[in-house]
Design a binder for this molecule. Structure first.
Ligand SMILES: C[S@@+](CC[C@H](N)C(=O)[O-])C[C@H]1O[C@@H](n2cnc3c(N)ncnc32)[C@H](O)[C@@H]1O
Length: 346
């Protein structure tokens, strides 16, 4: 179902004239995008590969990048933005708006109160040197329109475009950046998955030759697998910030392989000895199950006969029953009160 904040932005986009930019992340899905098909002069900029792919298929001009509005060649009459989950992304997008708006252009942002929208509005007012025109909707939805006058101090985007060293592995830095899941730490579930992988391959000589890192983020699982002896790794993710930082880490750690922007590895047509996956976590059972199912079926399609996948998920996700139709054997390798790690063999 389409998000109410996006619906409000769509209504505004239908009424406006002149070139418009919709900045969108995971809140926008293919079904919602089809509603925008008929709007002239619209560009969609997104950091999600699947959204960009759907937009292109629907005939909408689209750009897939790490929320870099300056990559657009047009100045827009309207920039519409449904606030993202991560504060650094929101601040980064607002900071770029004045540069990308035409002289009489308008920035429109929409989001709910519990997403910090009220604070975003007052910070944007200060930065853009103007009062916002705010309208409200159900569930404390706020839609704010700004006509920037003069720009002040940019919002703190936590060095959105910079590389951040978040750890050291084998004497080399691990790089990451804002704009992706858990960007500045090692995920506890992923750490547990690697402990299980280590038990499966006690010696580098026993390591599977090839691996697919499904939903790679900045590449933690790939890096650890490479140091355990996996020779060639393909990493894929749907998010542009993840792809950029995983590529950076592959270079820094001399990982043999490639990093590919893709939705659940749909466009990767090789098979691997090993698949590693810490699938994304979404609230709401339906979404969660269908997304988990997509990752599980993709793992099954990408494994060579005799290969295995390791998945880590939250304890309450019924991965055993989701995986059963796809694999010969499903084995729980580790379980605690938060996580479980499963080995899926074909
Ligand atoms: C829980 S994180 C794990 C990240 C990383 N593997 C780690 O262990 O730190 C899940 C990852 O899945 C990615 N993801 C979400 N939806 C995806 C999709 N449809 N296709 C590929 N990757 C996706 C997210 O961008 C995120 O990087």
């Amino acid at each position: 179902m389409t998000d109410a904040a996006l619906t409000a932005l769509f209504e505004h986009l239908r009424e406006r004239t002149g070139p418009a930019l919709l900045v969108a992340d995971e809140h926008l899905d293919c079904a919602a995008l089809l509603q925008l098909k008929v709007l002239p002069g619209l560009t969609v900029l997104t950091n999600r590969f699947d959204v960009a792919q759907c937009a292109t298929q629907a005939g909408i001009t689209s750009l897939f990048n790490d929320m870099d509005l300056t990559a657009c060649t047009t100045r827009f009459k309207t920039i519409s933005y449904r606030v993202s989950k991560e504060k650094a992304v929101v601040h980064h997008v607002i900071n770029q708006a004045p540069q990308m708006l035409a002289a009489d252009g308008e920035l429109v942002i929409a989001g709910f109160k519990d997403e910090g929208t009220k604070t975003y509005i007052s910070k944007a007012e200060q930065y853009l040197g103007c009062r916002a025109e705010v309208s409200r909707g159900e569930r404390q939805l706020q839609i704010a329109r700004f006509r920037p006058a003069h720009t002040g101090q940019p919002l703190d985007d936590r060095g959105y475009q910079d590389w951040h060293v978040i750890a050291d592995l084998h004497g080399k830095p691990v790089f990451s950046k804002p704009g992706q899941y858990g960007w500045n730490k090692f995920d506890e579930g992923s750490r547990l998955l690697i402990e299980c992988l280590q038990q499966q391959i006690p010696l580098p000589a026993a390591a599977p030759a090839t691996a697919l890192d499904l939903g790679c983020g900045y590449g933690y699982l790939s890096l650890m697998a490479a140091y355990l002896g996996v020779q060639r790794i393909t990493a894929c993710d749907n998010n542009a910030a993840a792809i950029a930082s995983c590529q950076r880490n592959f270079q820094e750690h001399n990982i043999q392989g490639e990093v590919i922007a893709d939705n659940c590895a749909h466009d990767i047509h090789h098979q691997f000895d090993l698949v590693l996956c810490n699938p994304p976590f979404h609230r709401g059972f339906d979404t969660e199950k269908s997304l988990t199912e997509q990752f599980v079926s993709s793992a099954a399609h990408h494994l060579k006969p005799g290969g295995f996948a390791l998945f880590v998920v939250n304890q309450f996700i019924p991965l055993e029953s989701i995986a059963a139709p796809w694999f010969k054997a499903v084995e729980v390798l580790y379980r605690d009160k938060s996580f479980k790690v499963l080995k899926l063999s074909c």
